[in-house]
Every structure is written in C-alpha cells, then in structure tokens.
Design a protein around this ligand. Structure first.
Ligand code: CP
Length: 332
C-alpha cells in the first residue's frame, strides 16, 4: 500500500498493524522470516484438516477481492478464487484486462488499481513486467496488493505453497539439497523459492539449465552471499543421488523475443522414468509449478514421488486460504 496523507484512519490503522501479514502487501519472499513461514504453514495445515473434515470457515465473509490478471493462469487464478470462496469471501475477476477493461482504452495501471481498490479489500495481480506488483502497491492507497506473478520477477505465493509441500515431506526447510532444472533466468517461481530456501541454514542447490538460461550473475552472487551453496551443472549425469527435491520448470516461451531460440532450448531437459531410475533416490520428491509442456513425461505422473498432481496443486489452495486469512481475516 502506498502512503496516503488524506486519510488519517488508514494511517492510524496501519500503525496498529504489527504482524508480518495483517494488512500487508505480499510482494516478495524477501519480506518473510522463518518464523513468518511457520505461522503461515501452521495455519495452512489447519486449512487442510478443515477441508478434509468437510468443515467451512467464514473468515473472509464480507470481504471482496479483485483478481486482475494481465497474463493467463489456471492454478494461481483458480486456487485464489477457490480459496476466497471457501472462506466466505467474494471476488471481482478481471482476466485479460487489456481486452475486457478500460485498460483497452488506455487507462494506466495506477488508475486501474485505484478504481478496483474502491470496490475491494485486496487486489491480487499478475502482470508480464517484473516490478509491476510493487508499482501497484505504490498506487494503492488503502488495501493490500498480492503479487500473483510479475514477469520474470517473483511468484511469492507459488513459492509459499512449494516450501509448504517440501516441509510436509521432509519436516524441515534446512540442510536440504534441491535441484532446479529448466529456465533459471526467466522462471519467477525459481527466483522466489530460492529466496525462501536462503532463509534456512545448510541448503545446497544444483541448477541445471542451458547456459543461456542460467541465473543472472547478480542473482547468483546475491543468493551465494545469503548462504545458499549454488552449483551450476549442464548435464543430467551431474545430478547427485542425494538430492531431496527435483524442482523442474518449463522454458518460459513468453519471455523469448526470438521464438527460434525458444524452439532450440525448450526440450533440453526432460524427466523420464529412465532419468529417475538413473539419478534419483527413492525418498526424493519431484515438483513442478506447472504448466508443463513436455518437460516431464506423462508416464512419470504415476511415480509416487511425483507430487505436482498429488499435493502441490491442492497445497496451493490451502496455502492461499491461510495467507488470505492472515492478511485479511481476524487471525493475527
Ligand atoms: N504455477 C502457476 O503459476 O500456474 P498458472 O500460471 O496456471 O497460474
């Protein structure tokens, strides 16, 4: 939220807010501490149990949330909508605003945010340009902004659900060895999960990508300075057996100006049954933020270690229920 001189109530309310969730924008994994994640994951577990028992909550009753998605989405849009409605809240849903809203007539992002904040208790925004969620937060006077993915920047709520899924499996987020494969340069989920892992001690990260899709050197240095042990590799044969998590990603077609280059790179690394047999241990987990477009063979889906359809997607809804309850609900 931006600072608004004209509304004393809002300023006073903001001053009273002292927890790291209530009333806060959710823009980056960098804003969280390990303790914050524990608060969130504890409530996520409660949401999961509540759902499994068929119970309901009205913690978001009378809350209206606007989802404004300038880029396509299945999981993030769908799970936020489901999370809001399961907690008794309501939604204004704007998909493809450049076609269906006054953005098509030239209305700026800032004005668009100010319009929808007049109707809403929070805005959830996805945008193709990194930094746009922060720009939306600067534009909003009164309400929290939630980043649902900003270009090649970050995808904090995806990282929260991924970290929850890893913790569910290994009961800790420290002393893990994690492999990221695919598009390190453009993959915003990778950028956010790495931030999350860097909060905990003893984590080692293997990064498997074509040379042109490595992390930027600035990001590589930044994550190393935060204490992550980063090892860049360029062939599957370099994946050590002890890796706990394989986090596979799609080469991000929409970030390429030259589609010929994308075609060259898109199938560089593919998970097959054979690859798992050769390089993965029996207790590891295979994750993918999805969508996949060929980089995990469908036959791998049956492997019990493949969690993307088993738990990762559903955990997205529970994590977002918990997050919204903390940001907007009566829980502090
Ligand atoms: N994981 C993810 O962000 O998926 P969507 O693009 O479908 O929301």
């Amino acid at each position: 939220m931006g600072f608004f001189m004209g509304n004393l109530d809002t300023v006073q309310k903001a001053q009273k807010i002292n927890c790291n969730f209530k009333g806060k924008d959710i823009l980056s994994l960098d804003q969280f501490s390990p303790e914050d994640l524990e608060i969130l994951f504890s409530l996520t577990r409660k949401m999961k149990i509540m759902e499994s028992k068929g119970k309901t909550s009205d913690i978001l009753a009378k809350k209206m949330l606007t989802l404004i998605f300038y880029e396509p989405s299945s999981r993030t849009f769908g799970s936020f909508c489901a999370a809001i409605k399961k907690l008794g809240g309501q939604t204004v849903e704007i998909q493809n605003p450049t076609q269906v809203s006054s953005v098509a007539k030239g209305e700026t992002l800032e004005d668009t945010i100010r319009v929808f904040e007049a109707y809403s208790d929070a805005i959830i925004i996805r945008h193709p340009i990194a930094g746009t969620a922060k720009a939306a937060s600067d534009a909003a006077f009164f309400i929290p902004i939630i980043n649902a993915g900003d270009g090649t920047g970050e995808h904090p709520t995806q990282a929260l659900l991924d970290l929850f899924t890893i913790k569910e499996q290994f009961h800790a987020l420290k002393n893990l060895t994690v492999l990221f494969a695919g598009d390190m340069l453009n993959g915003r989920t990778v950028h956010s999960v790495l931030r999350g892992l860097s909060l905990f001690k003893g984590n080692s990260v293997y990064l498997l990508s074509p040379p042109s899709l490595r992390l930027t050197r600035a990001d590589f240095t930044m994550f190393s300075q935060r204490g992550l042990k980063l090892i860049e590799i360029n062939h599957e044969s370099q994946i050590p057996k002890e890796v706990h998590v394989w986090y596979w990603t799609r080469v991000q077609k929409e970030r390429f100006s030259d589609l010929k280059e994308y075609e060259k790179l898109k199938n560089t690394f593919t998970v097959t049954k054979k690859l798992l047999e050769k390089y993965a241990n029996k207790n590891m987990i295979l994750m993918h933020p999805l969508p996949r477009v060929g980089e995990i063979d469908r036959e791998v889906d049956k492997d019990p270690r493949a969690l993307y359809f088993r738990s990762e997607i559903r955990n997205g809804m529970y994590t977002r229920m918990a997050l919204l309850a903390l940001v907007l609900g009566k829980i502090s």
